[in-house]
Ligand binder design. Structure first.
Ligand code: ADP
Length: 455
């Protein structure tokens, strides 16, 4: 059991909307905050919001937000009790987590061993298989000889999906439709994996043709207790990246919800998990679900869960990080209404979604209230720089049911004004008002399937 150590000062090892979002909760809890920044972010909102701020280095992430030793040095110097890594950057970096431990700084996240266990998709699958969590049929072994990989694909039947064990963000994946394309696809996937992650170990999975992406939010404390805060449907994706997320998942039965929730907790407990985690599943039209991976951090899309449960997940994270028990038990958690999140990006849907950079000369989001939330890290007059993810904001809405929530989302998108950069707002609006989306005809191929009507 961990010692209970209060957090009086928190360093946020991140930038943008998630840094601002974490600072908000810290403030509410009376915790003082330390921001870190690169030269490109010297005047950024997260720096303005924090009580103190420390410069890390030049704009590129490798020289700033990924410099774990610099961040630890700043934390020591300023007497910080805990570090919240947000998502991305160092959030799933076991080495950074270990450095925090060595310096007696609380890492607001899971133990090192849990990060390591889930760091490789193949090792994760091995653990989940042993724990009895259902897996997508496939091969996730160590023997990587191309002939063996192909034999597994041939035996399984096409289409198959090649996936980099170290992959993330949809990179290092290749769909293979026929046996005679296998070796070319394998070479290409391995090359992408090696250049992206420095590791080209591959998994071969049955490619599911009609799946939905349904993920379960879990939370565990350091006393061995765990709960699930229900599911999010993140089926609307572009190149395996989420575009609009919602909670709860449409058409979910109580029975399936419970089965998936319990499978997710089994997965978390199999690796001694502590903190906020997300267990991602593919859900087939017949109700079968398969473990895909576990993300050992707060997710971008966590606000939809907050909206339907009325909980503050960052507050939960800070609570369990100090060794306290979970704020609520399973029976005390319930779903209320329906929530959507749309990711507002500076990118050009009519030009392959290439990032658009520049000055945000006009930025007028919809007015926020209890049921419309805008999580952002930029203000009018700020620059969207080429150095980081070009997300402008997350627009989150809630209403009593899916239909009402969706029309609220469409309305909020229609009044969102951004000048100076090209955005995906019209594209999101077309999605939110699409008849098939209204009818919740969701699969991970939604955007490809309706491409003609969305642009
Ligand atoms: P990453 O870590 O790169 O995000 P994931 O394993 O989480 O990769 O998969 C990302 C997305 O790829 C999923 O949300 C889903 O849309 C698709 N996908 C993954 N595995 C399969 C599969 N076996 N069959 C069909 N689609 C898949």
């Amino acid at each position: 059991m961990k010692n209970i150590k209060p957090i009086k000062k928190l360093l946020i090892a991140n930038r943008g909307e998630i840094a601002c979002r974490i600072i908000k909760t810290a403030r509410l809890l009376g915790i003082s905050t330390v921001a870190v920044y690169s030269d490109a972010d010297a005047n950024a909102l997260h720096v303005k919001m924090a009580d103190e701020a420390v410069r890390l280095g030049p704009a590129p992430s490798r020289e700033s937000y990924l410099k774990g030793e610099l961040i630890i040095a700043a934390a020591i110097k300023l007497g910080v009790d805990a570090i919240h890594p947000g998502y991305g950057f160092l959030s799933e970096n076991a080495q950074f987590c270990r450095l925090c431990e060595q310096h007696n700084i609380i890492f607001v996240g899971p133990p090192v061993a849990a990060i390591e266990a889930m760091g490789s998709k193949s090792a994760a699958k091995q653990i989940m298989q042993e724990a009895g969590v259902p897996l997508v049929p496939g091969y996730h072994g160590e023997d990587q000889s191309p002939q063996l990989l192909k034999k597994h694909a041939d035996d399984m039947g096409y289409p198959v999906l090649l996936k980099a064990a170290a992959g993330g963000g949809g990179k290092g994946m290749r769909q293979v439709s026929h046996s005679d394309e296998f070796f070319d696809a394998l070479d290409a996937a391995k090359r992408e994996a090696m250049s992206g992650f420095g590791d080209d170990i591959m998994l071969v999975e049955k490619y599911l043709t009609q799946p939905r992406h349904v993920e379960i939010q879990v939370f565990c404390d350091s006393h061995g207790e765990g709960v699930y805060l229900f599911e999010r449907d993140c089926s609307v994706q572009r190149r395996h990246q989420k575009v609009i997320e919602e909670a709860p998942a449409p058409g979910m039965t109580e029975e399936l919800r419970q089965q998936m929730g319990e499978a997710a907790l089994t997965a978390a407990q199999a690796i001694g998990y502590v903190g906020a985690g997300t267990v991602e599943f593919l859900l087939e039209p017949d109700g079968q679900f398969f473990f895909m991976e576990m993300n050992t951090r707060l997710q971008v899309e966590h606000p939809v869960t907050e909206m339907i449960t009325g909980q503050d997940l960052v507050e939960w994270q800070l609570t369990v990080a100090t060794g306290k028990p979970l704020p609520l038990q399973q029976a005390q958690l319930a779903i209320q209404g329906h929530a959507f999140e749309a990711r507002i990006y500076a990118e050009d849907p009519n030009n392959q979604f290439l990032p658009s950079t520049g000055l945000l000369s006009r930025l007028i989001p919809p007015e926020e209230n209890e049921h419309i939330r805008v999580d952002t890290g930029v203000l009018e007059g700020d620059e969207v720089s080429p150095f980081y993810d070009p997300m402008i904001a997350k627009l989150i809405v809630w209403d009593q049911n899916r239909e009402k929530a969706l029309s609220k989302l469409a309305k909020a998108l229609s009044v969102y004004q951004v000048d100076g950069v090209t955005t995906n707002i019209d594209f999101l609006y077309n999605l939110a008002t699409h008849s098939a989306f209204k009818q919740a005809q969701l699969t991970t191929h939604f955007i490809d399937l309706h491409e003609d009507e969305l642009f």
